[in-house]
Ligand binder design. Structure first.
Ligand code: CU
Length: 193
């Protein structure tokens, strides 16, 4: 739960920062348009904008360094060292998911699995994700419709995704890469208990 709140806060924070940065760019453009009617004024405006740009660059660089230093320790690499508690094989195909616990030596086309799976909470789950036809994207959403984690499902390639589900409940797997007309129906389920 705490981990999710941290994620959401960072996402909201990023959205707010993007909005402010966008507003600054729009303001600078409007400022330029409004102050550059005559040649002389253009030169003056140019100087002002260059000065502003220098300051903006400095503030931006400083912010990036500070945010980087603060957020580096939030990276999940350390948490995902070592072997997982559970491994799940995931094969995407038009237009469903095939999932089963454990690894497999079967080809993606031959692999048998279900569109739903039950997994434990607070355990490290390793999803080994591939596709038996075209590119798909394995996106896990919580019951509030918030994207929890995601990886690509690519033919002839295994993508490994590790995740700990801190909360029990029902999660939905949605394909996040358009893969044909019934793409929207490609919904799997993960029950966490
Ligand atoms: Cu799709």
């Amino acid at each position: 739960m705490v981990y999710l709140i941290t994620l959401l806060t960072i996402q909201s924070f990023a959205a707010i920062i993007s909005f402010i940065a966008g507003a600054v760019v729009v303001a600078v453009v409007l400022f330029l348009i409004s102050t550059s009617s005559k040649e002389e004024e253009k030169t003056v405006a140019k100087k002002k904008v260059y000065k502003l740009r220098g300051r903006y660059f400095f503030v931006l660089s400083l912010s990036i360094i500070v945010v980087l230093l603060i957020t580096l320790r939030l990276l999940p690499y350390e948490r995902f060292q070592g072997e997982p508690d559970e491994t799940v094989t995931v094969v995407a195909m038009q237009w469903m998911w095939k999932m089963d616990k454990g690894t497999t030596d079967k080809s993606p086309a031959e692999f048998m699995g279900a569109n739903e799976i039950t997994l434990p909470s607070n355990k490290k789950i390793r999803f080994v994700v591939t596709s038996s036809d075209v590119n798909h994207s394995f996106g896990i959403y919580n019951s509030d419709g918030v994207l929890v984690t995601q990886t690509q499902a690519m033919p002839q390639y295994n993508n490994t995704l590790e995740h700990v589900f801190p909360e029990k409940g029902e999660y939905h797997i949605l394909c996040m890469e358009y893969c044909g007309v019934p793409h929207g129906l490609m919904v799997g389920k993960i029950h966490i208990n």
